[in-house]
Design a protein. Structure first.
Length: 254
């Protein structure tokens, strides 16, 4: 199990989902990489803010020799937000409200209504460090400081470190009850649902995108877990071939 598997898994899931973000479940069917469609109208294989911030986190850990330095990660987030660092073509799009507010004001949002999935989507690299639960919470709190967001990040890092734990997550009894909005609890549940109800990378991320609504983030989170468990080689080659920004990914891995 390696960071590279999780990062490519996340990036491919994100890129699969970008064309369908905000679309209702059942109103479309994602079967592979497409481009120049949907709200964001990006070229095929373009991943979004999710992967850019995940890479910003990974790049900081790399620069610090494997250490999690919260202040340095925040600086990388600022470089992304203001200068397009870590983004494909330096094009920053799909930025969440809490993330934008936290970066511009320098303090993570702590209100109960600030529990979007903006920290869960970027937390995966911490699974490959010895970060304690408190450190995981601090990294969430750069943008999402409420305990619901912080605990979702802690739980997801634990699952990445020990994927068997995914089977112990309490989930709704039917897929109709699994929501896929931008609320962090929904994203977490939907991602775990897709992972535990499929048996390979392709099926997991396609199920995640086809849940609709916050398609890119659901597939990014599910994709990180599926990528790690099934490995880079299990990601369909035709998807990797058109994935953009592979140079950015490679320079951010530790
Ligand atoms: Mg996004």
């Amino acid at each position: 199990m390696a960071l590279r598997d999780a990062v490519y898994g996340a990036a491919v899931g994100d890129a699969l989902g970008v064309p369908y973000e905000f679309k209702a479940r059942g109103s479309f069917e994602c079967t592979g990489m497409v481009g120049f469609t949907g709200f964001h109208f990006q070229p095929t294989g373009t991943w979004s803010d999710d992967t850019a911030l995940l890479l910003a986190t990974s790049a900081s850990i790399k620069a610090k020799g494997g250490r999690v330095d919260v202040a340095d990660i925040r600086l990388n987030f600022e470089d992304w937000y203001y200068d397009g660092e870590f983004a494909i073509d330096k094009n920053v799009f799909d930025v969440g409200n809490s993330t934008a507010g936290a970066i511009t004001e320098g303090i993570g949002r702590s209100g109960v209504n600030s529990n979007g999935n903006g920290s869960l989507m970027r937390i995966a690299p911490l699974a490959y460090t010895d970060a304690s639960d408190d450190v995981i919470r601090e990294v969430s709190a750069i943008t999402h400081a409420h305990e619901i967001s912080c605990e979702a990040c802690v739980q997801f890092v634990h699952i990445l470190r020990n994927p068997a734990l995914a089977q112990e997550v309490e989930l709704p009894s039917s897929i109709d009850q699994v929501k896929s909005s931008g609320f962090v609890k929904h994203t977490f549940e939907a991602a775990i649902w897709c992972f535990t109800h499929t048996s390979n990378y392709r099926d997991c991320v396609l199920m995640a995108v086809n849940m609709g609504d916050d398609t890119d983030t659901t597939a990014c989170v599910a994709g990180a877990l599926a990528g790690e468990v099934y490995g880079y080689d299990a990601i369909p080659a035709e998807w990797l071939e058109v994935l953009r920004g592979k140079d950015i990914i490679e320079r951010c891995l530790f």
